[in-house]
Design a protein around this ligand. Structure first.
Ligand code: MRU
Length: 353
């Protein structure tokens, strides 16, 4: 079993500190929206759906902490809180989806209860907002299970599969997206082997995904990113599955840096390349992948490993944390509603209708 990633209570949000995994299982406590945003920004928690769930929890915490006394106060506080959370990381749309959803709930309450709030109205508001946050989490859990079912059906028997980054339980409140597909297929006896790419520079594959696969009893091996093409060519890999941080309206998909390269290799070797992501990952406002903001993270994450510098001092470094895989390299997108294939603007639109 993977330890709980978030534990929400009235006193605060306990966050499994993923920076310490797999060596240590330790929780930090966020007692405000600012502390939740800091935990997201500093990668104590990560993975698109989990970031969304944490944002909803952080929003609810802030409302309980500051208990707005009137509709006007609530409106100001809700907008400020949503903005604060949305500034934590730019690429995963789940963060924006959850913060805006909580904001809409809060604004609807303010519109329905103008003027000063009675003690009963204040209590009602807190209970509505906490219920909404719980709903964001339970919807994520259910979506993961459904993606696991749909995805497992797509995979062949004796599947040799590869994944990148961590789109597992640690990235969600459920069984994961891409890794959820692998573990669901494993339960059906369909996985003969899984490969996890280490995912330089932040090493989500080496620290998190392979740890999850081992804990779930999936026969698996860790490889460095530059081994992928060789392993695909020589070890019978017959499917690749990854998660997503944001999917544009035409199916172009932003995911962890290195995903695009894997999709190109998959095309060359004529093996299916699957993206597993819940429907809130589809950003209909983004016409195509070119408009997706790619997070640039600290160059220190490239030059240092566990505190040790591995590059010359003064070196110039780039660190785009995500890349965009064009829709035409994606065989299918697996969501909680089913499968989008082929991946085109029209099929994405139809899926969401
Ligand atoms: O920088 P991270 O660790 O938050 O990036 C995570 C990924 O890129 C995942 O593949 C993506 O968020 C999907 S998680 C189900």
């Amino acid at each position: 079993m993977i330890p709980p990633r978030l534990k929400f209570s009235r006193k605060g949000l306990q966050v499994l500190d993923q920076r310490l995994l797999p060596d240590r299982i330790k929780y930090i406590t966020a007692r405000s929206a600012a502390a939740t945003a800091a935990a997201i920004k500093d990668m104590a928690l990560r993975g698109a759906p989990l970031i969304g769930c944490a944002a909803a929890d952080g929003f609810a915490l802030e409302m309980r902490r500051l208990k707005p006394a009137s509709a006007l106060e609530l409106k100001k506080l809700a907008v400020r809180t949503a903005d604060l959370l949305k500034a934590a990381r730019p690429t995963a749309v789940a963060l924006f989806y959850a913060a805006d959803r909580m904001l809409a709930r809060a604004l609807a309450f303010a519109a329905a209860n103008p003027g000063k709030f009675s003690p009963a109205a204040r209590a009602e508001f807190i209970s509505i907002i906490e219920r909404e946050a719980r709903l964001v989490t339970s919807e994520d859990e259910a979506a993961c299970l459904a993606m696991g079912r749909h995805g497992a059906r797509l995979l062949p028997k004796r599947c040799v599969i590869m994944t990148h980054c961590n789109a597992g339980a640690l990235a969600t409140m459920g069984i994961g997206t891409a890794v959820g597909v692998i573990t669901a297929a494993h339960k059906l006896g369909k996985i003969s082997h899984a490969y996890s790419c280490e995912t330089r520079p932040y090493l989500q594959g080496a620290r998190l995904t392979i740890w999850e696969l081992m804990r779930e009893g999936v026969p698996s091996e860790l490889i460095t990113d530059n081994m992928a093409a060789h392993i695909i060519k020589t070890c019978g890999v017959n499917a690749i599955v990854v998660g997503a941080d944001r999917i544009a309206a035409n199916g172009d998909t932003a995911n962890k840096i290195g995903t695009y390269g894997l999709a190109v290799i998959a095309k060359h070797h004529k093996i299916p390349f699957y993206v597993a992501a819940p429907t809130p990952t589809i950003d209909t406002q983004a016409l195509n992948g070119d408009v997706i903001v790619i997070e640039e993270r600290s160059t220190k994450e490239v030059t240092h490993i566990k505190g040790a510098c591995i590059a010359p001092r003064g070196v110039k470094v780039r660190h785009p944390a995500f890349d965009v895989t064009p829709a035409n390299l994606i065989t299918a997108i697996i969501t909680e509603r089913g499968v989008i294939a082929p991946v085109t603007r029209a099929s994405v639109k139809k899926h969401l209708a």
